[in-house]
Design a protein around this ligand. Structure first.
Ligand SMILES: [Zn+2]
Length: 246
């Protein structure tokens, strides 16, 4: 479940990222008034198996039955974890169309929620992983290996002077932009780790340990670049920054 909103005094409108049909919104009748109606399991970020009837006319499909598969309740019990999960869910909600299957993104989201719930991996590191892979899946991969101006590969010579240009989606090398100070600063080490986080085996990538400097640079970069591509500024990002005290 990626969104849960009140609808009148009795009902809830729930948005799911489903494996079979992508993003789908349902109305859960009387679920707000009585938690007994669905056994109190209609919680944000939980994984559920649901049965719904198709809506009449223009109405939303109506939730008939729900069964809990993964509660991911440790996420909701912790404000930092909730803030990260809300941000990821909002990115998914903003980017996905209704009824469009996205198996790879589904697997990614489920994986990061599981890791977040387990609490063994840093929330910030998971956020780097999630956002890098979301960019790749959505076809907005940043160019982190070559200079966007001259196309030469970036090397350690360029280190310390790399600035990411959000609108261009890439970094300039030292000779193309000797005095550049516009854009988002990224060190060579951060570029490499971002590329690892975005590619290869997901289980392996989720074990990457980032240094505090890398986390700092990577989050500054991704939390500007991802919203730039995926639509409007997510409201949950403001909340996340308050929680983190940025
Ligand atoms: Zn260049």
């Amino acid at each position: 479940m990626i969104r849960r909103t009140d609808y009148g005094d009795y009902d809830l409108i729930l948005t799911f990222f489903s494996l079979a049909r992508g993003k789908i919104s349902l109305i859960a009748k009387a679920a707000k008034k009585s938690t007994k109606r669905f056994g109190g399991i209609l919680e944000l970020f939980s994984e559920l198996e649901v049965v719904c009837s198709s809506g009449r006319g223009k109405g939303l499909p109506v939730l008939q039955e729900a069964a809990l598969k993964q509660p991911f309740s440790e996420i909701r019990a912790d404000i930092t974890r909730t803030a990260y999960a809300s941000y990821w869910a909002e990115l998914i909600h903003g980017w996905m169309q209704e009824n469009e299957k996205q198996t790879e993104l589904y697997d990614l989201f489920k994986r990061v929620l599981g890791e977040l719930d387990g609490g063994r991996t840093s929330e910030a590191g998971l956020s780097v992983l999630f956002q890098m892979r979301l960019l790749n899946i959505s076809g907005h991969s940043p160019n982190l290996s070559h200079c966007w101006r001259c196309q030469n590969p970036l090397t350690s010579k360029d280190s310390g002077r790399l600035f990411f240009d959000i609108a261009r989606g890439g970094v300039s090398c030292r000779s193309c932009a000797p005095g550049a100070s516009e854009g988002i600063r990224l060190s060579m080490g951060t570029l490499k780790q971002l590329m690892w986080a975005g590619s290869g085996d997901l289980a392996k990538a989720s074990r990457i340990r980032f240094s505090p400097q890398t986390i700092n640079e990577a989050l500054t970069f991704l939390e500007a670049f991802v919203p730039y591509h995926l639509g409007k500024q997510p409201r949950s990002l403001k909340f996340l920054r308050q929680i983190r005290r940025d």
